[in-house]
Ligand binder design. Structure first.
Ligand code: CTP
Length: 470
């Protein structure tokens, strides 16, 4: 196979010419070649040369008029950016690994040495760049066949490939979910055998792969593989704890692990927001800790939303996820995830809707997506009933929003106004009056409007013994 036609970036010809003149062999390799053959968007180009990657990078940059070349001397690599592509250069190498580190001992090698030390056959495809063989596919490990068969396989014995660099176990599952490929059975077995080697991989690297899995169209595929191979328990035991069904007096509860996966897939159909997907992953995380069997009532998970929200920071910290607004957002959605449906247990009053809007603020639409995604019962009549209630809440939300804007509640009467009106300093009464005004608005006693709130403040101020200053 020859892909000369597809190698349009000027870098390929330039590298070929320089390599020809130095009598070296140069190749495009890895993800670039894979994605070219899969018709996927490519951003990075990896070049391998049987020689010095750094020298080749410098010479190529000069020819292309690129000023800035970043050299990583320790790794023997160099990179620059050209026409929006990150182009990385490395010398072909032979590597051996030590058992306690991901960092290999490196020696110069041939292209085939280099290909066999890569993670998967589909990532070990190379295209020759020298002029006599420009665009020719170099494929000693049948990567093309695996691409066509949609298969993830390692070039070497999988035990060696994964033990050399355990991050590859996460990558295997990430590629399987991203590309909808199948991991060959002996690779799955090898991941199982090497799962505990994930310990030598930094959480930052694990998290990058996990988030890529979370961003796939059906995150459940990757999450199930993580569970089945034993990788999940290495970094996210809380999620694994959701698995399983207990039965008492003939009553079983649902398997909360599989339920959670269904919820994430449902959310993924509606939204590309990674953090909303995280909220789905965590929404029932405290169910095992709150599970009770109540005779006559069956299984209950009372308070799991509150307990779950409190578990979020610890888990985010361990997984090296951001501890900022994104975490707060996930916490909030976990805490509120039952609210929309809980509303429908009684008559849906305007004030209950206003309170939910007030608590969710701008995240109300995401909360509704999560709530809708959470309806996964196998019982059709139950689903029908829940959906009807959900639609009702949705309708009510629109009505209430039109009447009062409490989504991002700003007090219509400020603390300064209260102090000025009654001629009082900052004090407990100011806070009390503000609270009373907010409550009155949420309860629907007054509208969210300055005049009504001002009159209400005068009334309540008088009850507290305050007098209007002149
Ligand atoms: N590679 C590897 N082992 C790793 C990481 C990378 O063998 N742990 C090799 C693979 O040949 C891979 C190439 O290095 O194709 C480039 O790696 P990277 O840029 O991380 O991934 P891509 O395969 O390009 O895919 P993506 O951009 O989707 O991450």
């Amino acid at each position: 196979m020859n892909l000369a036609e597809s190698l349009r970036h000027p870098i390929f010809k330039v590298v070929g010419e320089i390599a020809d003149s130095k009598k070296e062999k140069a190749f495009a390799i890895g993800g670039y070649v894979r994605d070219l053959l899969l018709n996927r968007d490519v951003k990075d180009i990896d070049i391998v040369v049987e020689g010095s990657g750094i020298e080749l990078a410098k010479a190529a940059a000069k020819k292309l008029g690129v000023k800035k070349v970043t050299v990583y001397k320790n790794f023997g690599t160099a990179m620059f950016i050209s026409e929006g592509y990150e182009i990385e250069f490395v010398g072909a190498r032979k590597e051996s690994y030590r058992s306690n580190s991901r960092k290999p001992i490196v020696e110069d090698g041939t292209i085939e040495d280099d290909q066999q030390r890569r993670d998967f056959t589909i990532n070990a495809l190379a295209l020759s760049l020298n002029s006599s063989s420009f665009g020719e596919l170099i494929d000693p490990f049948n990567g093309l066949q695996d691409l066509e068969g949609r298969i993830i396989r390692t070039p070497l014995d999988p035990d060696i490939t994964y033990s050399d660099d355990p991050l590859r176990m996460m990558r295997a599952i990430r590629f399987a979910s991203q590309l909808k490929f199948t991991i060959v059975p002996d690779s799955i077995d090898a991941i199982r055998n090497n799962a505990d080697r994930l310990k030598i991989v930094s959480m930052e690297r694990i998290e990058v792969e996990l988030n890529k899995i979370m961003m796939t169209t059906r995150p459940s595929i990757g999450l199930k593989l993580l569970m089945r191979t034993g990788l999940l328990k290495e970094f996210f035991p809380e999620l694994l704890k959701l698995k399983g069904v207990e039965r008492r007096n003939g009553i079983a509860h649902k398997d909360n692990f599989y339920h959670t996966l269904e919820v994430i897939d449902n959310v993924a159909m509606e939204s590309d927001n990674l953090w909303l997907r995280w909220a789905a992953l965590m929404h029932d995380i405290a169910k095992p800790q709150t599970k009770r069997f109540m005779p006559g009532l069956g299984w209950t998970f009372h308070g799991h939303e509150d307990r779950g929200a409190r578990m979020v920071p610890k888990i985010f910290k361990r997984l090296k996820l951001p501890l900022d607004q994104k975490m707060k957002y996930v916490q909030k959605l976990v805490l509120l995830h039952l609210r929309p449906i809980a509303l429908t247990k009684e008559e849906i009053t305007d004030s209950a809707i206003r309170r939910m809007l007030f608590d969710a603020g701008d995240d109300i639409d995401d909360l509704m997506i999560l709530c809708r995604a959470d309806i996964t019962s196998k019982n059709e009549s139950k689903v029908k009933r829940y959906l009807k209630n959900y639609d009702l809440v949705k309708q009510k939300l629109i009505e209430v929003e039109q009447k009062d804007s409490v989504r991002n509640f700003q007090p219509p009467v400020s603390g300064e106004c209260i102090m000025e009106t009654f001629g009082i300093p900052p004090s407990a009464n100011v806070g009390k009056l503000k609270r009373l005004i907010k409550e009155a608005i949420l309860e629907g006693e007054i509208r969210n409007d300055y005049d009504e709130a001002f009159d209400f403040m005068l009334l309540k101020g008088a009850e507290l013994g305050l007098e209007k200053a002149n």
